[in-house]
Design a protein around this ligand. Sequence first.
Ligand SMILES: [Mg+2]
Length: 253
Amino acid sequence: MKIKACFSFLISALLITMASVAFASPTAPIDIVFDIDWTTFYTAHPDKPNQGDDKVIIVEGKAYRPTDHLGEVLEKISSRPDVRISFFSGGERSRNETLLKAFKLPSGRSAYDIAYKVLSKENLTTVSEDASLGFSERYKKSMAGILPGATAERTILVDDQVNFSVKPWKAVASLGVFNFQKEFDASKANEAYFPKSKEEWRAERDKALMWQALLEEALSSSNAHKKQSFAQIAEDLWAQKSHRGLCKNIFAD
Ligand SMILES: [Mg+2]
């Protein structure tokens, strides 16, 4: 009787294993990791004219303005079964989580809800104790050990400071270089971190659409061409097409 029970247990275990292999995803997920400050959110100055609007979110006494189109872009990319979205910011965990919970996508779910992982200051890798070096030279955003299941070939970090990435992990620029401006203000064109032209201002406001276009192209391209990794394709596409004028499929002007 004992032998029979043991045998049927083994058969059940074997069937479960076979079923899980048969129904497992044919490929590992693609991980897209977004930075927070100056990538998905601006530090806003709502007290100053033209530097805030009704989308500003206050967290722990500071004002943040989500990048335009962020909700739609996150919704679209996160709806793909082959993609996991995460966030990685050198900011405090409480700030990161509260901000992402407060930011709602068109579906009503929050950015926190759709995230695979939210990584924070304590997840940074220290590579130098030299205080004379910049923050992104002392600390790195390595996904090793903190993004379970991720591989460097199938992971890309979108960050305004690409030097936060560390080999073999790859990063692409968030394409944002300016302060948030509700409208283009030519009187600020000569100030640091303000666009010099309406075209530059528009490109800044639409940067999330550019991420979406390039990430979707990288995803289809890596599915079609197995020889190159998704991360390498994304990096190459950014180099070739991230200039607004070259991305005609989303920008008509
Ligand atoms: Mg940043």
